[in-house]
Ligand binder design. Structure first.
Ligand SMILES: Cc1cc2nc3c(=O)[nH]c(=O)nc-3n(C[C@H](O)[C@H](O)[C@H](O)COP(=O)(O)OP(=O)(O)OC[C@H]3O[C@@H](n4cnc5c(N)ncnc54)[C@H](O)[C@@H]3O)c2cc1C
Length: 483
């Protein structure tokens, strides 16, 4: 890495300086997992960058008591290396909280605890550089390296200095951004009425709770957690809450044991090998694997509604599935009118409300600007999306000798598990094995009882049956099928 210079001119590299073997862009759970698993690989010179000043995991939705949707074993490292110092259990040990956790018998930890655990890991890994926004990545054919231009930010987010780093390999872990449907965008940008995305919920919670009538739009996990939180904090009989959802029902997320096998490396391999057209047809049909609500949250909502009806009156709440918001407008300066349509009935109605929370999901962060200079080298599928191989690597023109791996941006090639924390450690291990050309992390040959597809499983590698642990290394082929 180079020393930053004043804003205006990226610093020039020192000829003696050793380029990075791996530069990670973004430090969310994906690249934090990669950094944690890369740490023991002494030969690997790495640096990871994030524009934020410290690690935070979706801070706007860390509602007190809410739990993550995967067991704690889906921490940053365990499913690739349970002996790593960066496991959740080791975090608890460092906090002297192992015994309370043991007696709590909780497989699904609270979101706030997962956030604190990740921050603890981030505070111990020297290769992490917070307060660095990555502006552009280019391929330098003379040096056979990627150039990474960054802006160093002060604690207020103002540019402090510009810098440039050089790396043989890049791993993009830039995550997602909140999504607001087109008809609602002008509303969200207007002042006066609180209309906010669920990603900002906690920042506006007091103002929202003070509103006369509140509407939550969207029935994913965020919508459910916010509806429950509002319900619990409104006076009984005067809840004045609407919850509208486009889905035909307030539907649970898949939680059955065999259903969860869609979040295994086995299913990921199967999905990746399918033709592009089949993958594209499959994804919308699989929405309930990842877009519904946790059954425990649905139970908590029903419990709370039931408790409020014990004395005979119904709570002042309206829960309507199968409805979409066609458009919306302001009424005076302080109210909003939502124009609703029921898909099955074909009926329309208007709802006037004082506050709106748009739990309308997230989309992969666009990287057009960041990768603009690399655009001619990126191979795309028929829909213009980057092609990603089995090693989680963008398919590039052979002129580019370095590799760009991606995390959490390959649902179109790797399926619904791409965004699931349960596959994070496995994906990081896959990337590290690929970059080093050595099987530092032995990956399992079989991960599901279900057999996905009629073709036989790949035969186990030589040594797969030996008792050697993750320290036994095998050289692996660098070329795997691409899609
Ligand atoms: C609200 C919410 C709750 C979720 N809950 C669960 C759950 O319970 N279980 C589960 O399995 N999955 C869950 N997910 C899905 C997923 O696992 C998480 O979104 C996870 O945070 C993804 O990690 P990431 O590192 O890929 O991205 P992110 O966590 O989004 O991190 C990306 C980072 O990159 C930084 N960045 C972006 N661009 C740049 C740039 N140019 N320069 C520098 N830094 C940059 C961002 O600031 C950010 O810090 C949830 C997702 C959301 C949105």
């Amino acid at each position: 890495m180079t020393t930053p210079s004043a804003p205006g001119t990226p610093s020039q590299p020192n000829a003696q300086e050793r380029p990075l073997d791996l530069a990670g862009i973004g430090i969310g759970p994906s690249n934090l997992s990669l950094a944690a698993l890369a740490q023991p690989l002494d030969e690997l010179h790495t640096a990871f960058y994030d524009e934020n000043h410290t690690f935070h995991w979706h801070p706007g939705i860390l509602i007190e008591g809410s739990a993550i949707q995967v067991p704690f074993l889906a921490d940053l490292v365990t499913l690739a290396d349970p002996a790593s110092p960066w496991t959740f259990l080791n975090y608890l040990k460092s906090r002297e909280r192992l015994y309370p956790f043991y007696f709590a018998e909780r497989f699904h930890i609270q979101r706030a605890e997962y956030d604190a655990y990740c921050r603890w890991v981030s505070q111990h890994l020297p290769a992490l550089h917070f307060g660095h926004h990555i502006d552009a990545i280019r391929w330098n054919p003379e040096r056979v390296l990627f150039e990474i231009d960054y802006t160093q930010l002060d604690p207020d987010g103002e540019a402090e200095a510009l810098g440039r780093a050089y790396a043989r390999n890049i791993v993009l872990g830039v995550g997602t951004t909140p999504h607001i449907p087109e008809p609602l965008r002008p509303l969200a940008e207007a002042h006066g009425v609180p209309v906010i995305h669920s990603a900002d919920y906690l920042r506006h919670r007091d103002r929202l709770l003070a509103a006369e009538h509140i509407t939550v739009v969207g029935s994913g996990q965020s919508g459910a957690e916010i509806f429950l939180d509002l319900l619990r904090h409104r006076p009984a009989g005067r809840e004045r809450l609407h919850w509208v959802a486009r889905t035909p029902a307030f539907a649970p997320m898949e939680r059955s044991r065999l259903g969860l096998e869609h979040f295994t490396p086995d299913y990921t391999h199967y999905f990746h090998a399918l033709p592009e057209g089949v993958r594209d047809q499959l994804l919308p049909r699989q929405w309930q694997l990842h877009k519904g609500m946790d059954p425990a949250t649905i139970t908590a909502i029903h419990d709370e509604l039931y408790r409020r009806s014990l004395h005979g009156d119904w709570p002042d709440t309206t829960l309507i599935p199968g409805v979409f918001v066609r458009t919306a407008g302001r009424v005076g300066t302080t109210r909003v009118e939502l124009h609703l349509e029921h898909a099955e009935q074909g009926t329309r109605s208007r709802l006037t409300t004082d506050a709106v929370i748009l739990a309308t999901g997230y989309r992969e962060r666009r990287v057009d600007t960041l990768l603009a200079a690399l655009d001619p080298y990126i191979r795309r599928d028929s829909a213009g999306r980057p092609r990603v191989d089995a090693q989680q690597r963008l398919i590039l023109d052979p002129l580019v000798k370095g590799a760009i791996h991606v995390q959490n941006a390959q649902t179109h090639t790797h399926g619904v598990g791409s965004t699931d924390l349960g596959l994070t450690a496995w994906r990081s291990a896959t990337i590290l094995n690929s970059i080093t050309g050595t099987e530092h992390y032995r990956l399992p040959q079989r991960t599901a009882f279900t057999t996905f597809g009629l073709e036989p499983r790949p035969t186990p590698r030589p040594h797969a049956s030996t008792a050697a642990g993750s320290e036994q290394r095998h050289t692996i082929p660098r070329q795997l099928p691409v899609h």
